[in-house]
Every structure is written in C-alpha cells, then in structure tokens.
Write a protein that binds this ligand. Structure first.
Ligand code: GLN
Length: 469
C-alpha cells in the first residue's frame, strides 16, 4: 500500500531502487489518489493514463509544453492546443525517467495569485477547500500538498512558485534567473519567468532542481550553474550570516500570526548557530511591486500578441477579413486579467510614454539589483515571510486586482533582481501554513538548500494537511 499523502519523492526513489514498487505502480497509486480527492480540489486539468518512464512520476503546471499532451496555460485561447514538441524541462524529466502524471491548473497565463483566474475554474486549498491554494502555480502546490503528486514543476515570474508553496505548506524554489531553460514554456514576462520545483521536502527540491537546471542551446539566456547541485545534509547553520531586511519583515499587511511564525524561525536560525543581523532594502520594497507591474505587463503584451487565431488553439471566425477574426478570437479567448495586462503593457510601451514608464521601470530594476547586492556583502541569505497572509477565502480578492497584486509584495523585489528564493513551511497561523522565504545571491541554490534543510529538520513541520490525516 503506497501512502501518497506522506511519501516523499526521495522515498519513492528508494521504493523503486529496492524493487518494492515499480514506476507503473507508483503512477497508478497517484491516479487513484487523484480520483479520490481531485473532484473537490481540482488541482489537475488533465491526467496521463500510462506511466512513460521507470522513475518517480511528476506533475507539470499547464504552462509547460509536453509533446502530445494538451497544454492550455489555463486559457480558453489555447484550448485544444497539443504541442508537437517537449519543453526542455519536459525533455530533461523524460531523460531522467520521470513519467508525467498530468498537467496542473493555474491562473490564466500565470497571471494571478489564487488560481481563480483559470479559465477552467479554481483550485481549492487542501488545508481548507474554502480557501485558495495561492497562484499562479496553485494546481501544482495543491497536488503536492494533497498527495496527488510526489513532486511538481511550477513557474515563478513574480512569486508564482514561492507564494502557492507558502499557502499550501510545501517547499518551492524560484531558481536564479537563467539556470533553468524557458524553451517550451508558454511565455508571460520573459525577463522574469523561471521554472521551479515544488516538493514536500528541501532534499526533494534539490533532487528535482538538479534534473532541470543547466545550459540549454535552445534558450540563449541560460547558463550552467557554477557548482553542481548538492543534496543538503548538514543540520546546523554555523558560519551562515542571516540578514533580516526590515522592510520585508515589517511591511504593512503582514498578518500578526504570519509575523510570529517568521520571527520564531529567525530565532531558530540563531539557535542553529547562524549569525543574525538586521539589514535594509528600502527602495526594493517600496518600488518593487510598481516596477513589476510595468515590466511584466509590457513583456506580456508583446508575448501574448502571438495568440491571434491563426497558429494555436481557438479561432472565432470574423465577418469581414482577418482583422475581425483576430479581434473576435482574442476577445473570446482571453479572460479579464490577460486583457488588463495587455492594455497596461501596450500603454506603457507606447510612443511618448515608453521612457516615462518602461524606461523608468528598467532603471528602478537596476537600483533594486544594486540594493540586494549591497545586502549580500554582509549576509549569505536574507529572510522574511513568503506571503503577507495565510491562504485567503475563495472570492475574497477576486474582484480587487490591487489587493490580489499585494500577495506578491514580499516575493517580487528579489525576483526583479534575478535572485533565487526558497519558501519552506515554518508553522501554522489560524490552522493554515505559513511560508518562510530565503533569498540568496545569484547561483546560491546550494546555500538555500542547506539553510532550508537545517530549518526544516528543526521545525519538524508536518506537510500533510490536518483534515487529510
Ligand atoms: N501574482 C503575480 C502576477 O500576477 C505573479 C505571477 C507569477 O509569478 N507568474 O503577475
């Protein structure tokens, strides 16, 4: 009997190695769990019946192209689109023998923080189905938390791996920009998008990052990580300098229960032998969100121009000529959030406004990178809560885009600087998981895994949602 709720990917690997379970048996155990629990949760948009590979099965966010399996990015405009090629991360998983279990639900084109922007209906949080799992990789987060996948891939542009990991009580890594290929990923904001592992443990996360990271000739923005990915073992933090950026820990809107859990974890860093000190990122936190909401929509407006009814998915015939076909297809195919971003982005890039908005945002981005670099002269990692709140109720922020955008106020600044960030569960507030964010300099994933693993061991968080135990 395979207990998918508790089994880590590393343990699943052990079962296979010792001949105690086959990949096909594991795959079908997860499909059984999906049949049992996904009616309520809706973490998956579709599943794959046959195990193709001899390793531990995996789920992909539906923004990751998988040959022969429909890929919609949560949008009606891509309904019926079946890629004829694999994304590089899919190829790497295939080469590592990981069979695909299915494609997970997400906010349309990865725009959102709750998975409510999916054109196919929301995903629910396994800890409390009245609440959101976070987003935009909410389907992958819910699947891992509910034992519907041993591990999964998501993508993170402004926080879409870290924030849902936080709200669902699992581990999520947003890697250093450029260490994981974007080839075959449905593009949102190309200078920010990164694929990241979502797992039950930090060690699982390192195992999966090792599989997907590396230079890819098909994506010229990729580089090989300078050091091989190490599996974390050490359980102390001696010699690690932990910086606590004031603004990320005292930001308005951080719930008291979230602050308490994060503060306890900072104390724990001290107990484990780290040197802990205060630091500051004033402009990154003040301007990060505004800067992101110029850069990301600008890039999105350009990336989404390819959906015109000619090449992929949906087509709505026009009355007279191709132009009205474009208009009708885009009107029917995009939901409200992509439309809002396309308009914002096209405006920010338009002649006369370009310098004032997009040009200015690029300069602010440089300032944010410099501010982080200055903090890393004194510290190895920076820490804060991942999300200012625990999982919120379905519908609570759906009608208020600005409130929704604030979900990422703590994850966006380091993303703008291209830096890696790891979210680990650090406790509960009101019975719901709280995430702790560790940010490092470029290519510091091994340090993040070491610190995350040591904290994980000391915290002893049970990743199985209380109501499913
Ligand atoms: N919630 C943010 C947004 O809506 C971040 C999304 C993401 O990281 N893909 O843009």
């Amino acid at each position: 009997m395979i207990d998918t709720l508790r089994l880590t990917a590393e343990e699943a690997m052990g079962l296979i190695e010792r001949g105690e379970a086959s990949a096909a048996e594991l795959h079908s155990a997860y499909l059984d769990a999906i049949r049992e629990r996904d009616g309520e949760l809706h973490a998956y948009l579709r599943t794959v019946d046959e195990a193709d590979g001899a390793g531990v099965p995996i789920a992909f966010k539906d923004v990751i192209s998988s040959r022969g399996v429909e890929t919609t990015a949560g949008s009606k405009i891509l309904e019926g689109y079946v890629p004829v090629f694999d994304s590089t991360v899919a190829t790497r998983c295939r080469e590592a023998g990981l069979p695909l279990i299915g494609k997970t639900n997400m906010d349309e084109f990865a725009m959102g923080s709750s998975t409510e922007n999916s054109a196919y209906g929301p995903t629910r949080n396994p800890w409390d189905p009245g609440r959101v799992p976070g987003g935009s990789s909410g389907g992958s987060a819910a699947a891992v938390a509910a034992g519907l996948a041993p591990w999964a891939l998501g993508t993170d542009t402004g926080g879409s791996v870290k924030q849902p990991a936080s709200l669902c009580g699992i581990v999520g890594l947003r890697p250093t920009y450029g260490t994981v290929s974007r080839y075959g990923i449905v593009a949102f904001a190309s200078s920010l998008d990164q694929v990241g592992p979502m797992t039950k443990t930090v060690r699982d996360n390192a195992l999966l990052y090792r599989i997907i990271a590396g230079r890819d000739p098909c994506d010229t923005t990729t580089v090989e990580p300078p050091q091989p990915v190490e599996l974390p073992e050490r359980e102390d933090l001696k010699g690690i300098r932990v910086g606590v950026p004031k603004e990320l820990n005292e930001a308005e809107g951080i719930e008291p229960g979230v602050k308490e859990a994060a503060d306890r974890t900072i104390e724990l860093c001290r107990t484990l032998g780290a040197e802990v000190g205060e630091t500051t990122l004033p402009r990154s936190v003040e301007y990060g969100l505004a800067c992101y909401y110029l850069v990301a929509p600008a890039e999105a407006s350009s990336n989404l121009s390819r959906y015109d009814g000619v090449r992929y998915g949906l087509r709505v015939e026009g009355e007279n000529g191709v132009r009205s076909m474009y208009e009708r297809t885009r009107d029917a195919g995009f939901g409200d959030e992509p439309k809002r971003r396309i308009m914002l982005g096209a405006y920010a890039l338009s002649a006369g406004y370009y310098e004032a908005y997009y040009g200015q945002a690029q300069k602010v981005r440089t300032v944010i990178a410099q501010e982080h670099a200055a903090a890393f002269r004194s510290f190895d990692v920076l820490v804060s809560p991942t999300s200012p709140t625990v999982a919120f109720r379905l519908g609570e922020k759906a009608e208020n885009p600005l409130a929704m955008y604030l979900s990422d106020v703590l994850t966006i600044p380091s993303n703008m600087a291209g830096l890696p960030g790891l979210s680990i569960p650090c406790g509960l507030s009101e019975g719901l998981p709280v995430g702790f964010q560790l940010i490092g300099p470029q290519f510091s994933e091994n340090t993040l895994f070491h610190v995350g693993h040591a904290l994980e061991r000391a915290i002893g968080f049970d990743v199985v949602p209380g109501r499913l135990q």
